[in-house]
Design a binder for this molecule. Sequence first.
Ligand code: SF4
Length: 311
Amino acid sequence: MDTFSVDTYKSLYSGCRLCPRDCGKDRKDSFGVCLEPDRLFIARAALHMWEEPCISGESGSGAVFFSGCPLKCVFCQNHEISTSKVGKEISVERLIQIFFELKEKGANNINLVTPTHYIPHIAIAGLIAKEKGLNIPFVYNTSGYEKPESLDLLKDVVSVFLPDFKYLKKETASKYSKAPDYPDVAKKALEKMVSMVGAPVFDKDTGLIKSGVIVRVLVLPEHTNEAIDIIKYLYETYKDDIYISIMSQYTPIPSILPKDKEYDSLRRKITKREYDKVINAALNLGVKNAFFQEGDVCKESFIPSFDYEGV
Ligand code: SF4
């Protein structure tokens, strides 16, 4: 997948192996785990104020929400789009227009949300937009469940990676995302991301990120030890070459959670005590490049409306 052109991008959707699910489906007439065809569907394109300060800044991040998702966590905060219930078909040309419209509205960057299964469309649109003079960074906002060779397609487009690191234990990855390979996959994907964009660089005047990797660790109820182990792994492996964003915003959505008792811990928010435990452990490890969340950020009102704004 080294060379890439408008003529060939569609071929990557036939026998699709873009992500670690390795479905091998021809997305022209069948679906893999992501539930998306070889045509592009998005649910929202608008300024988003709730990312890390170096991404949202004062005027917002230009977030494009892609329909579908290859990972499908049982607790997904964006379940309306990850389950492909919401989405409007657009062309590559329209996606390029949207990038420019977001910049016009004041976006500090183009924030590609759950983009994995649409990498070919994004790579083409991003390259053309840059050729046409789009000069704000592309932020690749992902679950972390990625293939290094697919990320390669974005090497001339994306300068900021914003991956989650969700699980370090196979058991948790299997239970919540049916992806026992997630820990190994996410480690390799992160290694690739850091090799592609290097240590974080910020604008001296605005503080906005220009390039680099920010890894998000969402603390789940009753999983503080796993969150701490993830932070330990990240810090021991990458020291100050990445930022770690430790998130308290887990928002339970009872209607989507499996009824089984083994998922009961997901039916509540995390407590202040749980979050403080993780933060204190990170500080004790010596982590300095970090973002924390303050106040009550676990509200469904922070989940965007997938109402086709900007589409
Ligand atoms: S992108 Fe979708 S169809 Fe392709 S391998 Fe991943 S889940 Fe399967």
